[in-house]
Design a protein around this ligand. Structure first.
Ligand code: PLP
Length: 380
């Protein structure tokens, strides 16, 4: 039996919505993108939503709007995807890598303290694997120092802590990803949520070439107005209506898909905890946390051989992530040498991500459970 590591969950509803948009003749950013943004604003009251063509673009726009400058330092966990750090480099600033808690995969106040300096201007915490981390102590610490906090929530749409969803927590902005493997997808896409009108206004202009919005709105208002103004050298980061059409259906199915992943996570935790290290029950299933279950990671004795055996049984696995400080480019980054990374390295040495997605069949889940037990037994 074949079980790919990840597959999107696309129904006829998504297919129909995309077909309707394509047939409408309006392909790029328009009404459907605005409707998608309004869906988010309805779900996260008090925030403004700006749709973009990736989470990477969204993070970049937020840092630009916050005025990050060359020489500034921004604290980023080493245990993340390279996008979280590369956007800091886009601004000419230095991503300073910090360690993470080995159990949660998330950065902590202590890991921030270990690498901060008088050049620090902000922090980008990552809600790792779909765990809604408690950012309150971090925002409190940051506010006192005049730093910003931007949440990388690429893994965590639908996650909650104490009833507060990721996206409604008290930070400067939250960025979701709709990449093909993420909890909801538009193929490529992202969404920025913020309560700060200045950030929202700036990123709405900068996602589309720096075109002055008032003039652009005039242009769209049906009057024969041809003139617009450019107020800054902006970017090409807008989301298409085709992507947004898929996203609106995916968002409406978000909780249904999350619950399907939760059922799989529950089976894994119940059936695998005697064979491999499974995530702490409290992180995944207690009544404080609603986990997004984007990744399910197990700790094994011999990671590389385990993945090979799983592959031979038809099961795709992955590693999230090789820590950035071990990557050729980031190892040379001046912001990588200050920290020590025992938490990130412990995780990297033993954790394997096994398949978890709502399009998995019962038989596939059974096959993964059996394969994990056999692979760990064979490689111990
Ligand atoms: C996927 C991912 C991103 C980037 O998302 P894109 O939409 O592909 O740009 C950023 N951060 C983390 C932690 C991710 O996993």
């Amino acid at each position: 039996m074949k079980v790919p590591f990840a597959l999107p969950d696309i129904t006829q509803q998504e297919v129909d919505a995309v077909a309707l948009t394509v047939a409408s003749g309006w392909l790029t950013s328009g009404k459907v993108m605005k409707d998608f943004e309004q869906d988010f604003e309805g779900r996260y009251p008090g925030t403004g939503a700006v749709a973009v063509n990736s989470a990477t673009a969204g993070l970049h726009l937020v840092l630009e709007a916050l005025g990050v400058r060359p020489g500034d330092e921004v604290i980023v966990p080493s245990m993340t995807f390279t996008a979280t750090a590369e956007v800091v480099r886009y601004m000419g600033a230095v991503p300073v890598l910090c360690d993470v808690n080995p159990e949660s995969g998330c950065l902590t106040l202590n890991s921030i303290r270990a690498v901060q300096s008088d050049k620090t201007v902000g922090v980008i915490p990552v809600h790792f694997a779909g765990l809604a981390m408690d950012i309150a102590p971090i925002t409190a610490y940051a506010r006192k120092r005049g730093w910003f906090v931007v949440e990388d929530a690429a893994h965590a749409i639908g996650a909650e802590l104490n009833g507060v969803p990721v996206g409604a927590m008290a930070s400067d902005a939250t960025v979701f990803s709709f990449y093909a493997t993420k909890c909801i997808t538009t193929g490529e896409g992202g969404m920025v949520l913020s309560r700060d009108q200045r950030i929202l206004e700036r990123i709405r202009v900068m996602r589309l070439h720096g075109i002055d919005r008032d003039a652009f709105n005039r242009y769209q208002s049906g009057k024969p107005a041809w003139e617009y103004d450019i107020i800054a050298p902006g970017f090409k980061y807008n989301m298409t209506d085709v992507a947004a059409a898929m996203g609106r259906v995916q968002l409406s199915r978000m909780e249904e898909m999350r619950l399907a992943r939760e059922r799989i996570a529950l089976r894994y935790s119940n059936e695998l905890s005697r064979s491999v290290h499974t995530p702490h029950w409290s992180m995944l299933f207690d009544n404080k946390h609603q986990h997004a279950h984007h990744l399910y990671q197990v700790g094994v004795a011999d990671r590389d051989r385990f993945i090979e055996v799983m592959f031979s049984k038809g099961v795709g696995c992955s590693v999230h992530f090789k820590p950035l400080h071990l990557m050729e480019y980031w190892a040379r980054n001046p912001g990588s040498v200050r920290g020590e990374y025992p938490g990130a390295e412990t995780r990297f040495g033993r954790m394997v991500s096994i398949p978890i997605y709502s399009a998995m069949t019962e038989d596939q889940v059974d096959h993964v459970v059996l394969s994990v037990k056999e692979a760990e037994y064979a490689t111990r």
